[in-house]
Design a protein around this ligand. Structure first.
Ligand code: HSE
Length: 316
């Protein structure tokens, strides 16, 4: 344990999961919104949440993903300690942008630094994934791996956890559309409840082929291949009715030159990938805005690049 540090602050980016066929497998960190977490050893554990989205986050220690991560971290380490957490919530909640994953990732990284770095990155992803229980009811590592490691990540296996990571091609641009709609509490659980319990082999073959194209395209820098891979025969058909503008946004974005389109995580945001070397992202963003406006939905449409992941920003 470090004798010097009494507090550590880390920030972690939002992320998008799935990218179409890579359900619960693919993650991409986005340089768009960040959660910032400060941890310090204290006489009792507590959590304070601040920031534009604070009112929508549980401030019960064990119901907040940051609190769950602290408990899991200390349990694994076999240390009896109390930790005060301050969470500055910058990632919108329940919009499919890995909000709880960002809190979990920043907390795991900050606490690891505070306690002398007992865990490596893979274990931190595992610990942070436990934080997802607080929002989704079960641990997912797709968003947290992206938030922690940055770039494009894939979960090869959950048990044991095996995460691979690559920097995406430099020309990858991301248009993220966040519709202004009400989302139910525990939305991820709701959008997982509509998924099929069994799947025809033909659809599995489709998804394996397409997901492999995305992974290979990311690895060799072939953005066209990434785009061609963004088609999901299993999860999106079941979820699209929960996502306002799914059909319209997909059509308009592809027509305006986007590489590929997918529901961002469990939705309702939409993810649009562009090759900024060959396509003007502003035109794509405008087409996406028009698609929402054609169905009478307001949407915030942002452009960003992949993020390099969570980092320590201050300590004392
Ligand atoms: N892969 C998850 C889903 C992302 O689509 O339900 C949310 O954690």
């Amino acid at each position: 344990m470090s004798a010097k540090l009494t507090w550590v602050r880390a920030c972690a980016p939002c992320s998008t999961a799935n990218l179409g066929p890579g359900f619960d497998v693919f993650g991409l960190a986005l340089d768009l919104f960040y959660d910032t977490v400060t941890v310090r050893l204290a006489k009792s554990s507590s959590i304070k949440v601040r920031g534009p989205h604070a009112s929508r986050v549980p401030d019960e220690f064990n119901e907040n993903s940051a609190g769950v991560v602290v408990s899991e971290f200390l349990k694994r380490l076999g240390v009896d300690a109390f930790v005060e957490v301050e969470l500055e919530k910058g990632v919108p909640i329940g919009m499919g942008l890995g909000s709880s994953g960002a809190s979990a990732a920043a907390t795991a990284l900050a606490l690891n630094k505070l306690l002398g770095e007992p865990f490596g990155k893979r274990e931190l992803v595992e610990i942070a994934a436990e934080g997802e229980r607080a929002s989704a009811g079960e641990p997912h590592a797709d968003n947290v791996s992206a938030s922690l490691l940055g770039g494009f990540t894939l979960i090869r296996s959950y048990r044991p956890l095996d995460v691979a990571h690559v920097e995406p091609p430099v020309n990858l641009g991301v248009v993220v559309a966040i519709p202004e709609v009400e989302v139910p509490p525990k939305k991820t659980g709701v959008s997982r409840s509509v998924l099929p319990k069994s799947v025809e082999l033909e659809k599995v073959v489709h998804n394996v082929g397409h997901a492999s194209a995305i992974a290979l395209g990311m690895a060799i820098g072939d953005l066209e291949l990434v785009g061609r891979g963004m088609s999901d025969a299993i999860v999106e058909p079941a979820r699209e009715k929960l996502v306002p503008g799914y059909v319209e946004v997909r059509q308009s974005a592809l027509r305006s030159g986007a590489l590929g389109v997918a529901i961002s995580g469990a939705g309702p945001s939409m993810l649009v990938l562009v090759d900024t070397a060959t396509c003007d992202w502003r035109k794509v963003a405008e087409a996406v805005r028009e698609a929402y406006s054609s169905i009478g939905v307001n949407a915030f449409v942002h452009f960003c690049r992949p993020s390099r992941g969570a980092k320590i920003v201050a300590e004392g």
